[in-house]
Design a protein around this ligand. Structure first.
Ligand code: EPZ
Length: 428
């Protein structure tokens, strides 16, 4: 087992380069199931979620070779069965994308109910609604979702709520369906646009990605391509917040500033200086951090995936801040861990009230999910003394080499091996 050990209080200074977007990569790797030839994917983040996607494809019969840690050659032509190996698939939310891609290719799919971060109830009713609209039937037996269609016929899909995964799965099922599908109330996240660009490069006919109406005209053949994944706006935002929390001065490279707009606006409201360049932003602080209120919304609103990191920053801002998460029911599980470090944060339902304190104190804490873990790293970086973070596997699902990148910015952070207590008891 590994943990992060951080000795806080050091300013982050220097340059950091952002990796490919996790939430684009997991969708694009799954999308190769729809491709009729081999593909080369570049700028794939070296994180456990993409590694699990690749492992699932390999176990299903695909050929996957890495020409370097961020470039993957994927050939899925040898996949013959629409059944996903359940053990691996249960560990992440993105496994739901195998429903749409296998249904799109085989007109059938068997995929376990998806796992992923525990953020409250995370149903897939809207995904199923999209499949039903195109002519598929479904049943759930022993936790395995089985979808099947005699054929997939283009239709209108109206989502009752804004869903990233539902929008992506609707595109997957429609891209090789017969005729025109119109997806309304579609999610508009940058990774949906990236996925549509990837599929269109292969020969798909998808228009309107990034707006709330996406039109997909079915095609029969998708050719192999080489495609580079967009930079991860949440990883970039995490380093922006870390630079602000340590009152440092960091140039964050390989970003698309437009994707960071809501993060930049809110950092500026807190008195943080953010300079935007073509493919980088510089974050620095030369005054007090001021309180602000945050409300998460679907893109282009403030991203829920940045809510924990901002809450960590607000614990040391002057004044009282209110953070509301309108997307997930239970995305404040990290609050108790921050309280161990001296934060004054109280949570009721989807709202956190944060009273800024002079400073945080290092403590042993535990990552409860991916972005909660990132919040604890940020808290450890700006806290006085030593912080140990357990269960860092959550963090490494979505952040490539976060310890190395932070150490290169001057942080005192180490990834340390330790024998779990129960294992020690068993071995003694
Ligand atoms: C994606 O999850 C991301 N995961 C999440 O990122 C992100 O927080 C979320 O989108 C919102 O931006 C991946 O892309 C792998 P949703 P997803 O469907 O698709 C409800 C991270 O930290 N809902 O947009 O699961 C749902 O419960 C992760 O990188 C239904 O009710 O999110 C939630 O309350 C965490 N029925 C809301 O909609 C459905 O059928 C938004 O969920 C689908 C969703």
């Amino acid at each position: 087992m590994y943990k992060y050990v951080i000795n806080g209080g050091r300013k982050l200074e220097g340059e950091v380069s952002i990796s490919g977007a996790k939430n684009a990569a997991v969708a694009i790797v799954a999308a190769t199931i729809l491709c009729d030839e081999a593909c080369v994917l570049e700028n794939v983040p070296d994180i456990s979620d993409t590694a699990i996607c690749a492992k699932i494809l390999r176990e299903m019969g695909a050929t996957i070779n890495y020409t370097n840690k961020n470039t993957m050659l994927v050939d899925t032509r040898n996949i013959k069965s629409p059944k996903v190996p359940p053990e691996l698939a249960r560990t992440m939310r993105a496994s739901s994308y195998f429903l749409g891609t296998l249904l799109g290719r085989f007109r059938e799919a068997f995929v376990p109910m998806p796992g992923g971060c525990d953020l409250g109830d995370r149903p897939i009713d809207q995904h199923i609604k999209a499949f039903n609209c195109l002519g598929a039937h479904h049943e759930i037996i022993n936790g395995i979702v089985h979808v099947k269609a005699d054929d997939l016929i283009g239709n209108q899909i109206f989502f009752d709520i804004n869903t990233v995964g539902g929008t992506i799965n609707a595109i997957f099922a429609a891209v090789k369906a017969k005729g025109l599908t119109i997806i309304e109330n579609a999610a508009k996240e940058p990774h949906i646009v990236d996925l549509a660009n990837f599929l269109n490069t292969m020969g798909a006919d998808i228009r309107g990605a990034g707006t709330d109406v996406i039109k997909v005209r079915g095609v029969n053949f998708l050719k192999g391509v080489t495609y580079g994944i967009i930079p991860d706006q949440i990883e970039a935002g995490t380093y922006m917040v870390a630079a602000a929390a340590t009152k440092g001065n960091v140039l964050i490279k390989n970003v698309i500033p437009k994707h960071l707009e809501s993060i930049t606006v809110n950092l500026r409201k807190m008195g943080v200086k953010v300079q935007e360049f073509d493919d980088s932003v510089r974050v620095s602080v030369d005054g007090p951090l001021m309180r602000t209120n945050i409300k998460t919304l679907p893109h282009p609103g403030f991203p829920t995936d940045m809510q924990p990191q901002f809450s960590a920053l607000l614990t040391i801002a002057d004044g009282t801040s209110i953070v509301t998460d309108n997307i997930f029911d239970n995305r404040f599980r990290y609050a108790g861990e921050l309280r161990k470090m001296g934060a004054d944060i109280t949570v009721k339902d989807k709202v956190a009230i944060i009273q800024g304190v002079e400073g945080l104190k290092g403590a042993p804490v535990r990552a409860t999910d991916l972005r909660a873990g990132a919040a604890l790293v940020i808290a450890g970086l700006c806290a006085e003394g030593r912080t140990e973070i357990d269960d860092i596997y959550h963090i490494e699902r979505g952040y490539e080499c976060i310890d190395e990148k932070l150490a290169a910015l001057g942080a005192d952070i180490k990834r340390v091996y330790f024998q779990p207590k129960n294992a020690m008891a068993a071995s003694s």
